[in-house]
Design a binder for this molecule. Structure first.
Ligand code: NAP
Ligand code: GDD
Length: 355
């Protein structure tokens, strides 16, 4: 049985990756942060008490990317075949408020993990969660050949982590890969990222619990894909013969305004009646236009996204309407049922982190 260690297992991607790896027969070890309340809402449905014996193939360990000792102990104890480094302070706006912390966790945290691998001499395949934010204001479309131009402390930290991953691959022969993933969303997306903020708000407005939605820059454009499809590429990348870096995105880009139109339009509302602008949500420097050139993913990994922008909005809208106990148009649910038959099911999609 292969063993995987996932940092950031309690996040959006960590939860989907866990389901995928369990479906492939892996034993999954996840690192979680100690907190004063439970922070495992996205993986509670997978968790089995280890005292129940053989069925518990997911184990959780306390640790933190800021703590080298916790990383070293975990790798020594688990002896993983694959490490997926998904943990990060991942919010771009927050990184302007907490630049030092973001640099420490998102940047140096990756170095700590790689250095633990090197010192222990672990024979392991390593995945680094790199990001399209590293392209910053580089002209679209962005590919593996596009120079980085980070526009935030988060993007700068991720760029450092990206280069150090390559350095450990080149310098020490570690099988280390970076997936340069464009934005990917789902019903499990954190509530303060723009897509989920919008779909939750539309549902809350319909339920009569909210009257307005305060937003920042509506003109930014993003290449939005569906998270479960992206975690599958993480796994595929580590199964390849050679370690490499790869761009993952849909090759289509839409503005935040278009997302608003689509989400409100799905339930026959006009976003202009509800949205107000609050400068608080603007960033000191913005990334205006992200658009992936996923050619390498197509040719080298045979990867093609099944869910695109309009489908994604419907999937997220159905889930948030359901969480509010409202009637669900159901187009998103139908799409998932048609296009996915495997490891993730509709009922596992709907996760409220508010509980
Ligand atoms: P997410 O939902 O924000 O999850 C982040 C995870 O990191 C959570 O499990 C969080 O734990 C954990 N974490 C934060 N600080 C930590 C620390 N100091 N030590 C240990 N764990 C820590 O992020 P995501 O959307 O799943 O994204 C996964 C990774 O891909 C991130 O590195 C992100 O930067 C990167 N990425 C995301 C996208 C995207 O569009 N989603 C695109 C490109 C790259 P808690 O639950 O305790 O907070
Ligand atoms: N969060 C947020 N909230 N964003 C807003 C808002 C708002 O109220 N109003 C407008 N936006 C704009 C932001 O300025 C940005 O241009 C865009 O919506 C997307 O913002 P986020 O959803 O916060 O995502 P992001 O693109 O900054 O970062 C995400 O994607 C990266 C990959 O490109 C995160 O998941 C990063 O971790 C990831 O690396």
């Amino acid at each position: 049985m292969k063993k995987a260690l996932i940092t950031g297992i309690s996040g959006q991607d960590g939860s989907y990756l866990t389901e995928l790896l369990l479906s492939k027969g892996y034993q999954v070890h996840g690192m979680i942060r100690r907190s004063s309340t439970f922070n495992t809402g996205r993986i509670d449905h997978i968790y089995r008490d280890p005292h129940n014996g053989k069925k518990a193939r997911m184990r959780l360990h306390y640790g933190d990317l800021a703590s080298s000792d916790s990383l070293q102990n975990m790798i020594s104890e688990v002896e993983p075949d694959e490490i997926y480094n998904l943990a990060a302070q991942s919010h771009v706006r927050v990184s302007f408020d907490m630049p030092e912390y973001t640099g420490d966790v998102t940047g140096l945290g990756t170095l700590r993990l790689l250095e633990a691998v090197r010192r222990i001499g672990a024979d392991v395949r390593f995945y680094q969660a790199s990001t399209s934010e590293m392209f910053g204001d580089a002209l679209p479309p962005q590919s593996e050949m596009t120079p980085f131009a980070p526009q935030s402390p988060y993007a700068a930290a991720k760029t450092y982590a990206h280069w150090v991953t390559k350095n450990y691959r080149d310098g020490y022969g570690i099988f280390a890969c970076s997936g340069i993933l464009f934005n990917h969303e789902s019903p499990r997306r954190g509530e303060t990222f723009v897509t989920r903020k919008i779909t939750r708000a539309v549902a809350a407005i319909l339920a009569g619990k909210q009257t307005h939605l305060y937003m920042g820059n509506l003109d930014a454009k993003r290449d939005w894909g569906y998270a479960p499809e992206y975690v599958e590429v993480m796994w595929r990348l580590l199964q390849h013969d050679e370690p490499m870096d790869i761009v993952i995105g849909t090759g289509e880009s839409y503005s935040v305004r278009e997302f608003l139109e689509e989400a409100f339009g799905y339930v026959a509302l006009d976003y202009r009646d509800y949205v107000k602008i609050d400068k608080h949500y603007f960033r000191p420097t913005e990334v205006d236009y992200l658009l992936a050139d996923p050619g390498k993913a197509r040719t080298v990994l045979g990867w093609e996204p099944k869910i695109r922008f309009h489908d994604l909005v419907r999937i997220m809208m159905d889930a948030d309407l359901e969480l509010q106990g409202l009637d669900v148009p159901g187009e998103g649910k139908r799409l998932l049922a048609e296009r996915f038959d495997g490891w993730h099911r509709w009922e596992d999609q709907v996760v409220s982190m508010d509980k």
